[in-house]
Design a protein around this ligand. Structure first.
Ligand code: BDR
Ligand code: CA
Length: 313
């Protein structure tokens, strides 16, 4: 089968970085058309720079990286330096990028690509707040029917929240954008905390990254070492969840994941539960099913895939 054409929309972030590296390591399955950065874990000036740092780490200066929206649609930006460090990519010491940022705005790149490519051939992979995707869908509503699928990391049902008691970070940062995406009618695959909290980077899994013994393996081990500190303390778990690579792993090996087609709505009015993903996991309502909401992962298979693929870079 021909590799799937994708655009990665991202706010790197160490786990975003690993997700991008996995895509770059998998050219048989993934044809990366470009990366669009969005404000999220850290401000846009850092996320677009970090995206280029990651491409250069993989020896892929040819990847087109675009800067997108620098703030959520209607709310002030909330960032997560407490998890990812002040650069967003704290851990390894990596050189500043020398590859240039594209002049075109990330949202325009998404719109132009979808208008140009045949319908149903481009998949959008969202690893951060959904501002760029929602802006593209609002500005050019006709692209909705051309998108093959949106695969996104965001939300939670059983695990409820990580940035507030009831909301996951990516959805909380821009709930209005999330609402637009979830109501777009585009087929959605959602990787919520319910699944990413089962993809834990244990010390043995970090050691496996380090044992690759390449600059990429070392950098990934240093990244996971860094952001683990916060989550291990918070959850008292053996390791931190590696959220965003679930999205790119799904493209390569979907049988690692299990979920249900359900209705998911986004809370955008209550400050108390802002950004909550109201997921009808038990089929209590007759609201239309709009998402494949993933709940389970073969974590061993997932980390085997990651380690094997990252070793190719
Ligand atoms: C999500 O928020 C960010 O901190 C991570 O990169 C991930 O996309 C997890 O809630
Ligand atoms: Ca992210």
């Amino acid at each position: 089968m021909a590799p799937r054409k994708i655009i990665i929309d991202t706010d790197p972030g160490q786990d975003d970085a690993v997700a991008i590296l996995l895509a770059l390591a998998s050219p048989d399955e993934i044809d990366l058309l470009g990366i669009t950065a969005v404000a999220g874990n850290v401000p846009l000036a850092l996320t677009q720079k970090n995206a280029r740092i990651v491409c250069e780490l993989a020896g892929r200066r040819d990847v087109a990286v675009f800067a997108g929206c620098d703030r959520p649609l209607n709310r002030p930006l909330v960032t997560a330096e407490h998890v990812h460090g002040k650069t967003g990519l704290d851990g390894p010491t990596l050189p500043d990028p020398t590859m240039t940022l594209q002049d075109q705005h990330g949202v325009d790149f998404i719109i132009d690509t979808l208008r140009r490519e045949p319908a149903g051939t481009v998949t959008l992979c969202a690893l951060g707040p959904l501002t760029n995707l929602a802006t593209a869908l609002t500005r050019a509503p006709e692209i909705a029917e051309k998108i093959a699928e949106i695969i996104l990391m965001g939300g939670a049902y059983f695990e409820v929240g990580n940035i507030t008691p009831t909301a996951e970070f990516n959805i909380y940062v821009d709930p209005d954008a999330a609402k637009i995406v979830f109501q777009s009618g585009v087929p959605l695959v959602v990787m919520p905390l319910d699944v990413t909290h089962k993809a834990l980077v244990t010390p043995a899994r970090t050691a496996a990254f380090r044992d690759i013994a390449t600059p990429v393996g070392d950098a990934v081990a240093e990244m996971t070492d860094f952001f683990e500190r916060f989550d291990k303390e918070k959850y008292g778990s053996e390791g931190a969840p590696l959220h965003d690579p679930c999205v790119t792993a799904y493209l390569i090996q979907p049988d690692l994941f299990r979920g249900r087609h359900i209705n998911v709505e986004i809370e955008t009015t209550s400050e108390l539960t802002m950004g909550m993903t109201v997921a009808d996991w038990w089929g209590i309502t007759d609201r239309p099913k709009n998402a494949l909401f993933i709940g389970d992962i073969d974590a061993g298979g997932f980390f085997d895939l990651l380690t094997t693929r990252l070793a190719r870079l």
